[in-house]
Write a protein that binds this ligand. Structure first.
Ligand SMILES: C[S@@+](CC[C@H](N)C(=O)[O-])C[C@H]1O[C@@H](n2cnc3c(N)ncnc32)[C@H](O)[C@@H]1O
Length: 346
C-alpha cells in the first residue's frame, strides 16, 4: 500500500539499528502510530508480543488482521460448503455482485458527483461487496475476526484499483491502467506468534498512559499533511456510515481525526507529553529531516529519558505521481535523511 510515512522499505534499517544498540528482540513491542501495521507485523513475525494503535479506522482493521488475528477463522456461517475464506472470497469476487450505491454515486464518473476515483464497474462491485459484508455482520453470520478480514481485504483491493497518484486528496483526470482492471479481493496472510497481541484505535497521547512494554516505537506524522483527508476514501470504506460528503474529492468530516503531530504549533508539546508518559525500556523514534520538530528539539525531548543514540539512513522519500511530474521540470533532491533516535530509559 502506498502510504505516507510507510516504513516497509526501512524495516531492515530499523532492525539493524536495534541490533547495533544490542536491544533484545523479545517481550512487548508497541507501535503506537501503526499506519499500515507493517512494522508491528515485522516484530510479530520475530516472535514479540505486539501492541499496535492508530487513530484511523482503516488502519485499525489492517492492524487487527496483520497483528491481532493468529489463525484463519472458518467463516462457517457464510461458507456453507465448508470452503472457508476461499469460498467466501469467491462469492465476493463474483462480477455479478454489483449495484449502484454510495461509492458509485460519490466516487465513479457515472454517479451524481462525477468523481473519478473508481471505474463505474469497480465502484458498483465495491458497493455490493461492502453492503453484503455489513449485512452478514448485522445477521451475526461473522465473528469479529471474520469481519475484520473481509473489510481489510476489500479496502486493500479497492486501494489497488483506485485512480489516484498516491493519496486520495485528488483523483487523476486520466485513468491509470490498474484502475481499469477488475477489483479482486485476496486472502490476507495470517501469522501466528502464539501470543495475544492487542490493537487499539485511540489517540496515542491518551493510550500511552494505559500501556507498557519493552520497545516503544514512535512513528508520528512529521509534516502538516493530515492522514484523514489524504486517505478519506479508505476511512469511508472502513466505517461504512454513508455520511454526506463534501468538496471536490468527496471528503468526510474529520474534526475528531486531526492530529496534533501535523501542526507546527502543537507537535512539539504533543511529542514531549508522549515521551514523558512512556513506560518502556527503549523508546525508538522515527523522524525525518524535513519534519516539523527539529533535531535539536527532539534531543531536548528525548534526553529527559536517557542518553540519545542516533542512526541515519539516506532514503528516497514518499512521492506521488504528481510530485514526479513536477520534478521533470525542476531538478530537486529526491532523497531525505531518515533518522532513528533510540533511548534506553532505565
Ligand atoms: C508516519 S505514519 C505511520 C506509518 C507506519 N509506521 C507504517 O509503516 O505504515 C503516522 C500514523 O500516525 C497516525 N496518527 C496521527 N496522529 C495520531 C495520534 N494522535 N494518535 C494515534 N495515531 C495517530 C496516522 O493515522 C498515521 O497512520
Amino acid at each position: 500500500m502506498k502510504y505516507i510515512g510507510n516504513k516497509t522499505r526501512l524495516l531492515d534499517f530499523i532492525d539493524e539499528s536495534l541490533a547495533a544498540e544490542a536491544i533484545p528482540i523479545k517481550g512487548t513491542f508497541i507501535d503506537i502510530f501503526g499506519g499500515t501495521g507493517y512494522v508491528g507485523r515485522f516484530y510479530k513475525e520475530k516472535g514479540m508480543k505486539v501492541i499496535s494503535n492508530d487513530i484511523m479506522t482503516y488502519s485499525y482493521w489492517a492492524q487487527y488482521v496483520l497483528i491481532s488475528v493468529n489463525s484463519m477463522p472458518t467463516f462457517d456461517k457464510v461458507a456453507m460448503g465448508g470452503g472457508g475464506i476461499n469460498e467466501v472470497l469467491s462469492i465476493l469476487n463474483n462480477p455479478k455482485l454489483s449495484k449502484e450505491g454510495y461509492i458509485f454515486e460519490n466516487f465513479a464518473p457515472g454517479g451524481k458527483a462525477g468523481r473519478q476515483y473508481f471505474s463505474d464497474e469497480n465502484a458498483k462491485r465495491i458497493d455490493a461487496i461492502r453492503d453484503l459484508i455489513e449485512q452478514w455482520k448485522t445477521d451475526t453470520l461473522l465473528s469479529e475476526d471474520e469481519y475484520a478480514i473481509l473489510v481489510y481485504s476489500l479496502v486493500d483491493a479497492a486501494d489497488f484499483v483506485a485512480n489516484i497518484a498516491g493519496t486520495y486528496g485528488a483523483y487523476l483526470k486520466i485513468w491509470r491502467s490498474m484502475a481499469l482492471k477488475p477489483i479482486k479481493l485476496k486472502v490476507p496472510k495470517i501469522f501466528d506468534n502464539n501470543t495475544e497481541n492487542i490493537v487499539y484505535q485511540q489517540d496515542a497521547n491518551c493510550l500511552i498512559k494505559d500501556i507498557s512494554g519493552d520497545i516503544l516505537y514512535l512513528d508520528p506524522p512529521y509534516n502538516s499533511r493530515q492522514y484523514a483527508p489524504n486517505f478519506h476514501l479508505l476511512e469511508t470504506l472502513s466505517v461504512w456510515d454513508k455520511q454526506p460528503l463534501v468538496g471536490k474529492s468527496g471528503q468526510r468530516e474529520y474534526k475528531d481525526k486531526k492530529s496534533r503531530y501535523c501542526s507546527k504549533k502543537l507537535a512539539y508539546n504533543a511529542l514531549k507529553e508522549l515521551v514523558a508518559n512512556a513506560k518502556a525500556t527503549y523508546i525508538v523514534l522515527s523522524y525525518n529531516d524535513e519534519g516539523i520538530i527539529s533535531r535539536e528539539e527532539i534531543y531536548q525531548i528525548l534526553s529527559t529519558r536517557g542518553q540519545v543514540h542516533e542512526h541515519i539512513k539516506n532514503y528516497r522519500r514518499f512521492r506521488t505521481e504528481k510530485d514526479h511530474e513536477k520534478r521533470h521540470y525542476k531538478a530537486c533532491n529526491d532523497r531525505v535523511l531518515e533518522r532513528l533516535y533510540i533511548v534506553k530509559t532505565v
